[in-house]
Design a protein. Structure first.
Length: 480
């Protein structure tokens, strides 16, 4: 038994041998040619059906989407674009095709919109597009592990259910083991969490950073890579309620090292995909080009998908301080003409995605790393710079995506951290363990968070984050 990818990769040795292959029918032409796909590759394998040798009742039942087990001889193919085909000697139908039900699904062989495909996320794995997207997603995940492994990082896992709620990264989903019909409450009607299974209020993780810092204080270089949850109560094409985040944390590192790490890391993954996902990228590249044609000329991408990826790894990312960015934005035509929904008026303003996109797509026309943000708009743990006004924060912004990475050098000085926590109303008692990490050999350290799906969006050329995660979870979507 083989999978189609193996077969196509190394068919010379088995030419004229019999093999057994299994898959789903993508098309059945002229009652003679089956295009079989098993998910291992974008390519279909052509099966040639010989009526004289096969049971006619079986052949009559071969329909799009049914699953087959086929034994036959591997022969060279005359057809264009395929190296081999299989002369079928035996065909067994493994799974029936329910015609009436299928008519209502995205398995029906015609073009379906992404919205309709999204409603049938459980079936879209069978399409060329989503086959490619999810194979690329898998390759990206693998490349992430490979990059860190090669750079001597250790993969650690941080809690999914956590009581560390002071991170301030986003809205949280609470977790409870209470019987929902008997939630204990105090005299003021507040939930009494001391009675809960966990003995305190807990939530699903919004970031593993604080725990990763603790691990880095012993292991040196670590990364987490796991599901992350944010109750983002808005429908954007860049936010999910459940996504996958990669968070490296490195002891003895400053902000500049951290930016270098982020740039090397992103480039490594993009190069990996270019090298290892050629077939899928070619398919996605064509789709991307088709999609551009249907847009008004001014909105069309200047480069093809593959071209874009190749250019990104060639150029050094632009590094721009928040202060420079604010100047650029304040003096931009867009700002002066009132084209921004949020006009940029003064230093200190939080940047909105329209501002980030202006910088990346219009002003610099390249990936941009913004650094040294005002301390008021960033989290308590970021390292205070000597100017006492900014913190050593950085965001990597990508064309078409906006923020893809957010990171910082962390405040390693206990007393500065404590002052900052007071200022920002973060409870010291809750985070006693975090403060401990600054008490016994504290060192400068830095790290960042990358949203896996945002990177997959970038490398696949897809535009909605719901289309790069197998089962998207967003407001009002809990089908799966
Ligand atoms: P944004 O400004 O886009 O809301 P953020 O600043 O809230 O992102 P961080 O807390 O910095 O996000 O998290 C690190 C990274 O995780 C982000 O740069 C992004 O790539 C990713 N990310 C954050 N929130 C989401 C989400 N809801 N869905 C998918 N990815 C996300
Ligand atoms: Mg956010
Ligand atoms: Mg942000
Ligand atoms: Mg951020």
């Amino acid at each position: 038994k083989m999978i189609i990818k193996e077969l196509l990769g190394d068919y010379k040795k088995i030419l004229h041998h019999d093999i057994t292959i299994q898959g789903w029918v993508r098309a059945f032409r002229s009652n003679r040619f089956i295009a079989l796909n098993d998910g291992s590759t974008i390519h279909n394998l052509q099966i040639v059906v010989d009526f004289d040798k096969l049971d006619e009742s079986v052949i009559k039942n071969i329909k799009t989407a049914s699953s087959l087990k086929i034994t036959g001889e591997v022969v060279e193919s005359q057809g264009a674009g395929q190296s081999i085909e299989i002369l079928a000697k035996k065909i067994q139908i493994l799974g029936d095709h329910f015609t009436e039900d299928m008519e209502k699904t995205v398995l029906q062989p015609k073009k379906h919109s992404l919205e309709v495909l999204r409603e049938q996320a459980h079936l879209r794995f069978r399409t060329n597009l989503f086959g490619s997207v999810f194979r690329v997603r898998s390759a990206v995940s693998f490349a992430i592990h490979e990059f860190f492994h090669k750079n001597h990082f250790f993969y650690i896992n941080t809690p999914i259910i956590t009581g560390a709620d002071a991170e301030g990264a986003g809205e949280m989903f609470g977790v409870t083991a209470f019987d929902l019909n008997q939630i204990p409450r105090d005299e003021n009607g507040e939930v009494d969490y001391s009675e809960d299974f966990f003995g305190k209020k807990t939530n699903l993780t919004v970031s593993g950073q604080l725990e990763a810092e603790a691990a880095a204080m012993g292991l040196g270089r670590v990364y987490t890579f796991g599901p992350t949850f944010r109750a983002e109560n808005s429908n954007t094409t860049r936010h999910l309620a459940e996504f996958w985040m990669v968070e490296p944390e490195v002891a003895f590192n400053n902000l500049e090292n951290n930016i270098d790490l982020a740039e090397d890391f992103l480039k490594y993954i993009i190069a990996y995909v270019l090298k290892n996902c050629k077939d899928d990228l070619e398919f996605l590249d064509k789709r991307f080009a088709e999609e551009q044609k249907s847009k008004p000329e001014k909105d069309r991408a200047k480069e093809g998908l593959i071209e874009k990826l190749e250019n990104v790894i060639r150029k050094r990312f632009k590094r721009v301080s928040y202060t420079e960015a604010i100047e650029i934005l304040m003096n931009s035509k867009e700002n002066k003409k009132g084209k921004f929904k949020f006009p940029v008026e003064a230093w200190g303003a939080d940047l909105q995605s329209e501002h980030e996109r202006y910088l990346v797509e219009k002003h610099f026309d390249a990936p941009v790393v913004l650094f040294d943000y005002p301390k008021e708009i960033k989290a308590f743990y970021m390292r205070l710079n000597d100017d006492q006004k900014t913190v050593a924060a950085m965001d990597v912004l990508f064309p078409g995506i906006g923020e893809i990475i957010g990171g910082s050098q962390r405040e390693e000085r206990l007393s500065v951290l404590q002052d900052k926590m007071k200022e920002m109303n973060v409870d010291e008692h809750e985070l006693w363990w975090y403060l401990d990490t600054r008490k016994f050999g504290s060192v400068p350290h830095a790290g960042f968070g990358l949203g896996l799906e945002r990177l997959v969006l970038f490398v696949t050329g897809m535009t909605n984050i719901r289309d790069v995660i197998p089962f998207p979870r967003t407001p009002n979507s809990a089908e799966f």
